[in-house]
Design a protein around this ligand. Structure first.
Ligand code: ADP
Length: 343
């Protein structure tokens, strides 16, 4: 049984269409990410699910009940925004307890549930601090606890990590998933950041221009992008046109675009006279020249000119790894099994 069912939702602003026949469903306790570039319609879809906007067409069912015409306050949906939107004059405890008070739970339930939430976000010792005395990451944890406290039927997170600096953001990603899973909340997480979507969610919807381009687990989306858009949006894929493949491989494959992940390509420096390297038996082999080397922490990123193409190759920066220098001539090996048709 699906917990949330979004059925053929379409919407337009004035006469400009922004959502086209969006359908998907959500299982209980599942975290689904809606991933797509800015302007693709993510916020509009979220506002339709919360009830802030009425869709031009389509239906929304929550636990088999049609909620399309229900006002937002009756949907029992918790929301976490990019800006934490905490009440500045209330301390952490009072912020978290706020929704429970509004729903008129009795005092003891409010006390117990608020403490449970404080433990869940690991901020018990800051219960009596005001929001401005907390770091950005802590404030966002409080915003999450506040949304979860009144037992929402659905939790929506709208770019909740975007306002945080890079380090806090990275730490909070996995914590966010842990907290949501521990609370057992069925959730939709909206983001334009593919790494964030992969780490946090059970399933991902990739959106572009108001349409769903692909739906799948993070692994499926990453390893089997369905088309050029998804391959271009996810994971730094190399995209080769039929002409590129003809030039690189000097062989004809199908007349379509291919995507190749940078970590699946091998490179070996060319040595004078002999070119001994352990080749995959079923690979495209070509010669290239390193034009650029960049280190991004655990990954060394090579740019390699092969004919008129520039190929990206990622290598793990393990202890003792010897970088190849710009200008080095290399043999490039692309295993056939690493080629994904995306045309
Ligand atoms: P995203 O959240 O993916 O950035 P939005 O749902 O905010 O996308 O916007 C989708 C499209 O609709 C964009 O082209 C945006 O400019 C337009 N849009 C959003 N809100 C309005 C509005 N209130 N009136 C007119 N156009 C809007």
């Amino acid at each position: 049984m699906s917990f949330l069912k979004v059925e053929k939702i379409s919407h337009h602003y004035d006469n400009k269409p922004v959502l086209h026949d969006i359908s998907f469903s959500l299982a209980p306790n599942e975290i689904l990410s809606i991933l797509g570039p800015s302007g693709c319609g993510k916020s509009t879809l979220l506002k339709i699910i919360t009830g802030l906007i009425q869709p031009a067409n389509g239906k929304i069912y929550l636990e088999n009940r049609d909620i399309t015409d229900l006002p937002p306050q009756k949907r029992e949906i918790g929301i976490v925004f990019q800006s934490y939107a905490l009440f500045p004059n209330l301390n952490v405890f009072a912020n978290i307890a706020f929704g429970l008070k509004m729903k008129k739970f009795n005092k003891q339930v409010i006390q117990e549930r608020t403490l449970e939430m404080l433990n869940l976000i690991d901020l018990r010792e800051k219960a009596y601090c005001l929001p401005h005395q907390l770091s950005g990451g802590e404030q966002q944890r409080v915003a999450l606890a506040r949304a979860l406290a009144p037992y929402p039927r659905l939790l929506l997170l709208d770019e909740p990590l975007s306002a945080l600096d890079a380090k806090i953001r990275k730490n909070l990603r996995l914590e966010l998933r842990k907290i949501i899973k521990a609370a057992g909340a069925t959730s939709i997480f909206v983001t334009h950041d593919q790494e964030e979507a992969m780490l946090i969610s059970d399933r991902i919807l990739v959106m572009n221009e108001g349409k769903i381009e692909q739906e799948g687990t993070p692994e499926e989306i990453y390893t089997h992008p369905r088309n050029l858009f998804v391959a271009g949006f996810i994971g730094n894929y190399n995209l080769f046109s039929p002409a590129d493949i003809g030039e690189i491989g000097r062989q004809k494959l199908e007349n379509t675009f291919y995507a190749v992940r940078p970590e699946t390509i091998n490179i070996y420096p060319c040595h004078e006279g002999k070119e001994a390297f352990p080749l995959h038996p079923h690979s495209i082999i070509c010669k290239g020249k390193i034009t650029d080397v960049n280190m991004s922490g655990n990954i060394v990123v090579y740019s390699i000119a092969v004919g008129s193409s520039l190929i990206r190759v990622d290598k793990l920066n393990q202890a003792g790894y010897e970088y190849l220098k710009p200008g080095t001539r290399v043999i490039v090996e692309i295993p056939y099994q690493a080629l994904h048709k995306v045309g």
